[in-house]
Design a protein around this ligand. Structure first.
Ligand code: CMX
Length: 386
């Protein structure tokens, strides 16, 4: 059986040749317009990045090397004794475009675990930080400090054990699914793009990935899962467990009328329910214990009502749930009740996509990112001159 390194060695020349062909044959071909709306609107929809491992379709959601979430759930090996995909098999797929065998996945898990010891200096650094410092800041500082040492590892293996939940098989399975499907979401989202930009300066993987974590820590991005839980719990406290759809509808309107967004709903690109949300919902439906949980029942009922309310509200381009609408509530049910920690799990998972792209950026010799910027006056001049 081939190792990950041997497989990548085979794949790289093929991709390099493909890039060379694009460069030689198509460098002058235009694949889109740059509209003023994109320049002043956070580069929304601008076709401006190469990101080979995953593509986000507004209607059907993410595909990893062409495989949808149900496809990867069917194709990728599960952990021994489990049913859910493990992160190592997703890392293999992202890096190589190929589905690993169970044996290859186990070998990669072993290798990552062997390389996964934390240097004592980093452990002491983290211990010296104030306990009240947000866990995302602690994670970013810890990862950045790892650049002192050489070997990079994205080891999410044994993560459940490290968190002290090793005996909880269902939570371990949930974390496997969670980490695998949060790993990559094409290149333009804030965390992935940050890792790519910082990496394009040849900054090392620790610093590039640490930068991505700080982008993920924002409430419009990864922090949303913590916000969703806070919001659903206060709804639960106010409306109680036996709540009707009408009461939820009223609560949603109250949130919107107070000028807040409905957390966990809407997306910069997606225009349908996020298939990652659906995969997590299906996980809940496969476990009777989760189906009886008041917070998970509330997430489900909210999903039955919120899209219509958001459509009527009329602002958001996507009235459907994103992945954050469900993810934190399941962790909460299983007893992982430190809200602030949730984005850390998302961050651990994002290592998969960020590291994959750093490998590919180096393998393909991609250049320093340096888009052109313009002042408001200059944009107006450019727009007037057509
Ligand atoms: N509730 C209420 N209003 C919403 C909304 C929501 N869930 N989502 C978007 N809107 C509003 C926007 O605030 C915006 O209003 P203004 O015109 O007054 O500024 C309008 O609808 C248009 O926004 P959009 O183009 O549909 O959405 P954006 O691409 O600007 O923003 C996102 C996308 C995710 C930041 C936004 O939908 C949001 O704030 N959602 C709630 C927070 C959340 O769930 N974030 C997690 C995203 C997933 C992730 O990256 O991890």
């Amino acid at each position: 059986t081939k190792s990950l390194k041997e497989t990548i060695e085979e794949v790289i020349p093929v991709k390099q040749a493909h890039l060379k062909k694009l460069k030689t044959e198509y460098s002058d071909v235009s694949i889109g317009d740059v509209k003023v709306g994109s320049v002043i609107g956070g580069m929304r929809g601008l076709r401006a990045m190469l990101w080979d491992s995953s593509v986000l379709d507004p209607e059907e959601g993410i595909r990893f090397h062409g495989l949808s979430i149900p496809d990867v759930q069917r194709a990728l090996p599960a952990a021994p004794g489990g049913k859910e995909i493990i992160a190592e098999s997703m890392l293999w797929l992202l890096l190589t475009g190929q589905v690993p065998s169970a044996e290859q996945t186990r070998e990669l898990s072993r290798e990552l675990a062997q390389k996964g010891n934390l240097p004592t200096s980093v452990a002491s650094l983290i211990d010296s930080l104030p306990k009240t410092l947000h866990p995302m800041t602690q994670l970013g500082i810890g990862v950045a400090a790892l650049n002192h040492d050489s070997s990079f590892q994205a080891a999410p293996c044994n993560y459940s054990k490290m968190l002290g939940y090793g005996d909880n098989h269902d939570l371990t399975e949930y974390l496997r699914l969670y980490i695998s499907i949060h790993g990559d979401h094409e290149g333009g989202n804030a965390s992935a793009h940050t890792a790519h930009l910082v990496g394009s300066t040849l900054s090392d993987p620790y610093l590039s990935y640490a930068a991505a974590l700080f982008a993920l820590a924002g409430p419009l991005h990864g922090l949303a899962n913590q916000e969703v839980l806070r919001w659903q719990l206060s709804m639960l406290r106010e409306v109680g467990e036996e709540v009707s759809h009408d009461t939820i509808r009223e609560y949603l309107w109250k949130t919107l009328k107070s000028g807040q967004v409905v957390p966990g709903y809407g997306h910069g690109v997606l225009r349908n329910p996020d298939p990652r949300f659906i995969a997590l919902q299906e996980f809940c439906e496969s476990k009777p214990e989760l189906l009886n949980s008041p917070i998970i029942q509330l997430v489900k009922k909210t999903y039955e009502v919120a899209p219509d309310v958001l459509k009527e509200h009329g602002k958001t381009k996507n009235p459907y749930p994103n992945v954050d609408a469900a993810s934190g509530c399941v962790l909460y049910h299983y007893g992982l009740t430190e809200f602030k920690y949730y984005t850390v799990i998302f961050g651990v998972s994002r290592a998969l996509g960020c590291v994959t792209q750093l490998v590919w950026a180096r393998a393909l010799g991609l250049p320093l990112e340096r888009p052109k910027s313009y002042s408001l006056e200059a944009i107006e001049q450019l727009a007037k001159s057509g």
